[in-house]
Design a protein around this ligand. Structure first.
Ligand code: BGC
Length: 763
């Protein structure tokens, strides 16, 4: 469809010839035509009034706008829109609705600037995929990329240009409910998943009608919330910020993430929405990031509550100066900044720069040329939940499952068992498997575990069911009935854990125990003496040491999305062999938190035999399941690492060869993990850090040698002087099936001084 911008945009692109402004090193080549883009954006900017500029920075929520009665809020919004007072909506969905609003922006505003529509498309749109933490357990970033691609295709058909995902916050405290939205505790794994999801959402060409812009959020250290309490203070040091919390953001920027979102928390007294060091010094000046930064929901306004702004005008002034370009929901830029500029408290230059970024963002999305491309009622009808998308969701579900325990080959189950008792309220719940950010997912599309099991078993098998207990209630009256049902069965599949709304935003918990009367239910079933398979559902690792002690088999299944029941049944009955690994360390009890594998050694490393060492009086210091842990129905051996050299120079690479053998009788997947330790540093270094991994499938008896290549970049960190360097000296390389059961070799990085290692996107 022709728009007022099509001709001028094309003409400007044709004029492009002048040398490009310095291309940020990390931006992908696909963002070409920089000069044309700059001229186009500046040509609009030159024609804008201050009010129109502030309008572009304004993103109100449009929830209810389509369905509203037509008066009140809707009428005001429409008037704002026509005046050029709105640059973007969040939470407006649907091809027709977004098209109608877009038409007003493009045809009725003075400058015809299109709107950009944003929504939280976190783990699927209509086809709901596993929650991000679950997908990370696949240790297969390409799986997350495929899931994001499908989500983008569906969302774009329904009018969405932009998702507020991926969430790339490192989380080391499972009490924090938002741990479910990210890739877990590890910066390296987190960076790979961040980049994969960005690639998936944005596709190869951000202007394509099935591509949506990604948002790396929440910048930064939001996951370090004290006490695991959402929105709380994060008091991380600059070094920890850079070594632990920033790498996934950098990975997202390298993959071309079109936008970043500021985080709700403060770091060392500075709320992110007012943090110029973070949003401008690091993001813009160090990283050369030229995308757009959006606030979090009312994040600008919250600067008042934080106590760094006396009033809403000051909140807006602080945020625009810090580098927050678009104001989500607070509406303070549009209401306050004109007066602030007049009074000399806000700089016109800051506003112009923010507007440039917003216009550039829209330009890169192709909105000026094709403002309606992503709102296509015909595609909206056909693109959703296709058989291919369902198949991808089932595959994702299978690959995200982690086998935590399997004594005496309890699993897989035979399909022709006489009676399978499925116990637990979560087993029959088609809503819970959709997780907490199910977007447009519908419970009627979702397959609960009970249905998946019913479909999988033979016609001779009876599947019985009892709820027994519910995560949200301490009522134990159903346990007797569950025991009765269980006694008549050959095997019990016990589905327990959390409801989906016990994790995600504002859903922090003070314990990691099984909620409600579920532990009592498990105890009562255990007393029957029947074989029990525990199917866990949860948005965080749970402290299930009692289950680990008593139950023969345990599967971690997170919230696996629309195909959860089928994917779980595939694994229960052996049509799929689980190969996922824990992307977070599982504590034994909540009191161990924070607990993570790449901790420091301390001056008194824990030693159970020595009193004056770093441990607990009442519990072991070790986790219940280490990071990277997961079993299979087959067995593997992983040989010791063989290094290509024992000494390397700064320009050399080191090859690490590892033999992996499937020593069992089934085909299966192993994730071979490689960790590195810098033995001595100018500052203390973690005991090990994940640097490579590979998930591979081996036939029974098959042996393969895989080779990882490391470079000096993999050894870099922020030294005593806060320079990013690799320091010469000795290193350990560990390989194994998880972070605990490893074998090692050593090498030396030659040299007498630190080797500067600048951030650069590719290894
Ligand atoms: C969340 C963000 C989300 C935004 C918009 C906020 O409350 O922190 O993650 O993108 O709402 O829904």
């Amino acid at each position: 469809m022709s728009t007022p911008w099509s001709l001028s945009a094309v003409a400007l692109i044709a004029l492009a010839g002048a040398p490009l402004a310095a291309l940020p090193a990390q931006q992908p080549a696909r963002l070409t035509n920089r000069a044309a883009e700059t001229r186009f954006v500046d040509s609009i900017l030159a024609r804008m009034t201050l009010a129109e500029k502030l309008g572009q920075l304004n993103q109100p929520s449009g929830a209810g706008i389509a369905t509203g009665p037509g008066g009140g809020e809707r009428a005001t919004r429409m008037a704002d829109l026509r005046r050029g007072g709105i640059g973007s909506f969040l939470n407006v969905v649907g091809a027709d609705t977004t098209r109608a609003l877009q038409r007003i922006a493009v045809e009725e505003t003075r400058l015809h600037i299109p709107l950009v529509f944003g929504l939280d498309v976190i783990h699927g749109f209509r086809t709901v995929f596993p929650v991000p933490l679950g997908e990370a357990a696949s240790f297969d970033p390409s799986l997350a990329e495929r899931a994001a691609r499908i989500a983008a295709t569906e969302a774009a058909a329904a009018g969405i240009d932009w998702t507020f995902a991926p969430m790339v916050d490192i989380a080391r405290d499972p009490r924090w409910g938002r741990i479910v939205e990210g890739a877990g505790e590890d910066p390296y794994l987190g960076a790979l998943f961040a980049a994969a999801r960005v690639r998936g959402f944005q596709g190869k060409d951000l202007t394509a009608s099935d591509a949506i812009a990604a948002t790396a959020k929440h910048f930064a250290a939001y996951g370090a919330a004290e006490g695991g309490r959402d929105y709380n203070v994060a008091d991380v040091s600059e070094r920890t910020l850079r070594d632990v919390y920033l790498p996934p953001f950098y990975g997202a920027a390298c993959a071309g993430a079109a936008t970043f979102m500021a985080s709700f928390n403060e770091i060392a007294g500075v709320p992110s929405h007012a943090n110029r060091h973070l949003l401008t010094d690091i993001l813009r000046n160090e990283w050369n990031y030229d995308g757009m930064v959006v606030s979090d929901y009312t994040g600008v306004w919250e600067l008042i509550n934080h106590g760094v702004a006396a009033d809403s005008a000051q909140a807006a002034e602080l945020a625009i100066h810090a580098g927050v370009d678009m104001d989500m929901v607070s509406e303070l830029y549009v209401r306050k900044l004109a007066a602030s500029v007049a009074a000399g408290r806000a700089r016109q230059a800051d506003i112009d720069e923010a507007v440039r970024r917003v216009l550039r963002f829209k330009y890169r999305l192709g909105l000026f040329k094709a403002p309606y491309a992503r709102r296509d009622a015909a595609r909206e009808r056909t693109a959703m939940l296709t058989p291919a998308s369902r198949a991808a969701a089932r595959e994702a579900a299978r690959r995200s499952i982690v086998l935590l325990k399997n004594e005496q080959s309890t699993l897989p189950l035979r399909k022709d068992l006489g009676t399978v008792a499925v116990i637990g309220a979560l087993a029959a719940d088609s809503n819970v498997v959709l997780g907490n950010w199910g977007a447009l997912g519908r419970r009627e599309d979702a397959v609960p575990v009970l249905d998946g099991i019913r479909r999988a078993v033979s016609s001779r098998t009876t599947v019985t069911y009892a709820a027994g207990a519910n995560p949200t209630s301490s009522d134990t009256t159903g346990i007797a009935e569950a025991v009765r049902v269980a006694r008549a069965a050959d095997v019990i599949v016990l589905v327990i854990g959390e409801t989906a709304d016990m994790s995600a935003e504002a859903e922090s918990r003070s314990t990691l125990d099984l909620p409600g009367a579920q532990q009592q239910l498990a105890n009562a079933l255990h007393a029957t003496g029947k074989p029990i398979v525990v199917v866990l559902m949860n948005g965080r690792p749970l402290a299930i040491d009692r289950l680990q002690e008593t139950m023969p088999a345990i599967l971690e299944t997170w919230f696996l999305g629309v195909e959860a029941g089928n994917g779980i049944a595939d694994v229960l009955f052996g049509d799929a062999n689980p190969g996922g690994k824990m992307p977070v360390t599982t504590p034994r009890v909540v009191g161990q938190v924070p607990i993570y594998y790449d901790h420091k050694n301390t001056g008194r490393p824990p030693d159970p035999a020595v009193k004056w060492t770093s441990k607990y009086w009442d519990i072991p210091f070790t986790p219940l399941y280490p990071f990277g842990f997961g079993l299979s129905y087959t067995t593997f051996t992983i040989g010791a690492p063989r290094l290509s050299a024992t000494t390397i120079g700064s320009a050399d690479s080191l090859r690490v060869a590892v033999d992996v053998t499937n020593t069992g009788t089934r085909a299966g997947d192993e994730v071979v993990q490689l960790y590195v330790r810098d033995d001595v540093g100018s500052v203390t270094r973690p005991v090990m850090q994940l640097r490579r991994f590979q998930r591979l499938t081996l036939a029974p008896g098959e042996r393969r040698t895989i080779t990882f290549t490391l470079s000096v970049r993999d050894l870099a960190f922020y030294d005593l002087a806060m320079r990013r360097v690799a320091e010469p000296g000795t290193f350990h390389v560990f390989v194994g099936p998880n972070s605990r059961d490893v074998q090692s070799a050593t090498f030396t990085l030659r040299g007498t001084r630190s080797i500067p290692v600048p951030d650069k996107c590719s290894p």
